[in-house]
Design a protein around this ligand. Structure first.
Ligand code: EPZ
Length: 419
């Protein structure tokens, strides 16, 4: 089992480039099912979840060829399975994103229910009710979603609450439905905009992506295209929080600063100096951090995927702050591990944390439970005095490309070890 060994304290300083966004790439990969033409994608991050999705696409009859900076996907002539098996879906919930494209393109999809994960139950009821609104017949049996429809039809559908994956599944399904679909109360994340940009480049007619209301004029077919995935705002935000926590000076290039506005606003609140350039953000901090509370919300609110990292940062702020997690029901599993390093955090009702700082952190052996919790523990290890060993870093490898080389570029003393 691989681990990360981190020697602290250290100060992050230097320039790195953001990788492509895992959470934009996953639905965009699923969109390769919507056409029989070649789909060429660039800036895909070399992370485990992308490899898992490519394996699932192979199972569904989508082959691929790799060049030095792109991967081209093409639906094969035969072997078009239309089922996403449990052993693949259980390793990555985002596999459910093949549901909409399979249904729209092949009229049938059998996808294992994703099941829960460390951060919550994570149902897909809103995906299913949306597809039913487009005319799909959906049954649940033996842990699988079985959805059928010869021709999806446009409809008006309002999501009961914001769902990124639900919006993405419906965008892809509605692109090939007959007639017009209007989706209300949609997720507004930048990754939704990137998916819509890809679909429109394939010939879809989507307007309003990135806002709460999206209109899709169904078309008869979609053609291939070439698309470069947007930068990963969560990866970039993780390093920028690291800059503030370690009183460093980090510039992240290759991103869209506006996507990180919810974070950069808070970094200024806590006393960091933030400079945004053309495609880059620089964070410097030399003073002790000030406490500032957050409430996680769907975009453009503070992103839940940066909550754990922000909570770790608040242990180094001089005073009390609170972190309210409103998106997932169990996303404070990093707190007991931070406490073992010396943090003083009280979690109430599972969704509200009170942080008291400044608490000096000492290196310890800690265990990652999910992708962003593991990132938070790495950041804590950078600040802590002594050696920190982060175990179960397969969680990290799901969403952080070349993390140890990026951290070493910034001056961290970190290495990957295995027992
Ligand atoms: C996406 O997950 C991201 N994953 C998550 O990032 C991110 O935390 C989340 O959006 C919120 O921003 C990918 O894009 C691959 P949701 P998703 O549907 O689509 C509930 C990471 O660390 N819900 O917006 O699964 C759900 O339980 C990952 O990169 C329903 O109740 O999130 C949650 O409480 C973690 N019914 C809330 O809505 C549904 O049908 C938001 O979920 C769907 C969701």
């Amino acid at each position: 089992m691989e681990k990360l060994r981190i020697e602290g304290p250290s100060r992050l300083e230097g320039i790195i480039r953001a990788s492509g966004a895992k959470n934009a790439a996953l639905p965009i990969l699923a969109a390769s099912l919507l056409t029989d033409d070649p789909l060429t994608l660039k800036n895909l991050p070399a992370v485990r979840d992308i490899r898992t999705m490519i394996r699932l696409l192979e199972h569904l009859g989508v082959g691929h060829t790799e060049s030095d900076d792109a991967i081209t996907f093409l639906v094969g002539g035969n072997g078009k399975a239309d089922d996403a098996p449990y052993d693949l879906v259980k390793t990555m919930r985002a596999s459910v994103l093949v549901l909409g494209p399979l249904l729209a393109r092949r009229g049938h999809a059998r996808v294992s229910l994703p099941g829960g994960c460390a951060i919550g139950v994570r149902p897909v009821d809103l995906h299913l009710s949306g597809l039913e609104a487009l005319g799909a017949e959906v049954r649940l049996e033996k842990g699988y979603i079985d959805a059928r429809c010869d021709q999806l039809r446009g409809a008006r559908f309002r999501f009961a609450h914001r769902t990124v994956g639900g919006t993405e599944n419906l965008l892809m399904a509605a692109s090939l439905a007959k007639g017009t679909t209007v989706l209300e109360n949609c997720a507004c994340e930048p990754e939704i905009e990137d998916l819509a940009a890809l679909l429109n480049a394939m010939g879809a007619q989507i307007r309003g992506a990135g806002t709460e209301s999206i209109e899709i004029q169904g078309v008869g077919s979609l053609h291939g295209t070439e698309h470069s995935v947007i930068a990963d705002r969560i990866e970039a935000g993780t390093y920028l929080i690291g800059a503030a926590m370690t009183r460093g000076d980090v510039t992240v290039r290759g991103l869209r600063p506006k996507d990180l506005k919810p974070l950069t606003t808070k970094l200024i609140d806590v006393g960091a100096e933030v400079t945004t350039g053309d495609g880059s953000i620089r964070v410097r901090c030399s003073e002790t951090l000030q406490p500032s509370s957050i409430v996680t919300e769907p975009h453009p609110g503070f992103p839940t995927d940066l909550q754990a990292q922000y909570t770790a940062m608040m242990t180094q702020a001089s005073g009390r702050s609170s972190v309210s997690e409103t998106v997932f029901e169990n996303r404070f599993q990093h707190v007991p591990e931070l406490a073992r390093m010396g943090a003083d955090i009280r979690v109430e009702r599972g969704t509200y944390a009170k942080v008291k700082g400044v608490t000096p952190l000492s290196g310890a052996r800690v265990m990652a439970t999910d992708l962003r919790a593991s990132a938070c523990l790495v950041l804590a290890g950078l600040v802590a005095d002594g050696e920190t060993i982060v175990d179960r870093i397969y969680h990290l490898d799901r969403g952080y490309e070349k993390i140890e080389s990026k951290l070493r570029t910034l001056g961290a003393r970190v290495e990957r070890i295995s027992d």
